[in-house]
Design a binder for this molecule. Structure first.
Ligand code: SAH
Length: 346
């Protein structure tokens, strides 16, 4: 049976070539062809005959198909991808200063069941494979080049689409290796961020196993009862434990942890909530991203007024924690944070 070429990190590919007695130049040539030159058809140039035969027998180069595309006035694009088994996932391109951030999905649905998240309602269908993660990037890049040739740069990668990336650790890790590989997609390590709801088994592996990428933690409340309601896994993986591992992750200069704080009117947006958050994160290499709740059909929570959000930020400023209010993009096409739900579209 064939396996996807896009599942192989460069070192996997080197090992495979070595085990099969093939010339060692093959993996680099293949990486260059498919990732740097962005070719879809198999590479024939320069590759030894027996390597060409091996590639033809061993690999397929299928990518997820674009099933639907929606774009909004602010240039956000949401793709619905159809996978080989018919499952669907969403990917979002978010414009920022003439470049794009790509928001990738790591699972079909999600098992975390966060009360404020549209994807959580969907339940978990299955993990994505590495090639399905890489494929979202390659296909979105191709779409941009074909449709917006003057403006087709993807600068940042965030694992903030459907799924809990650390619940699919192996595939996400390997995808990061391929993104980062200088012979592959050559994305700079400060440009990749994995966002987690605080899935402790993955956080415990991060330090030793994950390549150097940024971490974002969905905090949403420092108050146990509130976080329990918002993120049910908080009951199993308490915040103190989670923070211990999260804080040990950043390495190198200028590294910090992003704490995402979802603001819900009348639930976690009071002055007291802001002070407790400030006290929790004061003095840490922290950066806070305030996300006003994005509503979706059937949700009871409400988004606070902008003045409340700004006031919340003003309180955090007194703790000297850099805080940004995340601009909402693509909400009219349900492409904003927490609005993805590939079932509703099918
Ligand atoms: N499972 C990961 C990544 C996916 S969600 C995580 O939990 O971090 C990416 C971000 O969007 C998270 O911070 C998540 O809490 C937030 N989010 C989810 N639903 C939202 C909604 N309805 N409005 C605003 N942000 C939401």
């Amino acid at each position: 049976m064939k396996t996807s070429f896009y599942q192989y990190s460069l070192s996997d590919l080197k090992t495979l070539f070595e085990h099969n007695g093939l010339p060692p130049s093959g993996p680099g040539l293949l990486y260059n062809w498919h990732y740097k030159k962005r070719k879809i058809e198999p590479c024939l140039a320069d590759l030894a005959k027996k390597s060409i035969q091996f590639v033809a027998e061993k690999f397929d180069f299928n990518l997820p198909e674009i099933d639907q595309t929606q774009d909004s006035a602010d240039k956000t694009v949401k793709f619905l991808f159809k996978l080989q088994d018919g499952q669907k996932v969403e990917t979002v391109l978010i414009p920022f200063n003439g470049k794009y951030t790509i928001c990738l999905s790591s699972q079909v649905g999600c098992a975390m069941k966060c009360s404020f998240c549209h994807t959580g309602l969907q339940g978990l269908a299955r993990n994505l494979r590495t090639d399905e993660i890489i494929g979202q990037f390659l296909q979105s890049q191709r779409w941009l080049t074909a449709n917006r040739p003057d403006d087709d740069k993807i600068l940042n990668i965030v694992f903030m689409g459907q799924g809990e990336p650390l619940h699919n650790f192996e595939a996400v890790k390997k995808a990061c290796e391929i993104f980062l590989s200088q012979h592959g997609l050559s994305v700079a390590d400060q440009k990749i961020t994995i966002s987690t709801a605080g899935y402790l088994p993955g956080l415990q592996r991060w330090k030793d196993e994950m390549p150097k990428v940024n971490i974002a933690l969905s905090l949403h409340s420092p108050v146990k009862e509130k976080r329990d309601e918002l993120i049910p896994i908080n009951k199993r993986y308490p915040l103190e434990e989670v923070l211990k591992y999260v804080e040990a992750i950043p390495s190198g200069k200028n590294r910090f942890v992003t704490y995402e704080y979802l603001l819900i009117e009348g639930f976690n947006d009071s002055d007291e909530d802001a002070h407790l958050t400030g006290k929790l994160l004061e003095g840490k290499s922290a950066y806070i991203s305030l996300i006003p709740f994005n509503p979706f059909p059937g949700s009871d929570y409400k988004r606070p007024q902008l003045e409340r959000v700004q006031h919340f930020k003003t309180i955090l400023d007194t703790y000297k924690i850099p805080t940004l209010i995340r601009a909402t993009k693509g909400d009219e096409i349900l492409a904003a944070c927490g609005q993805l739900n590939s079932k509703k579209l099918t």
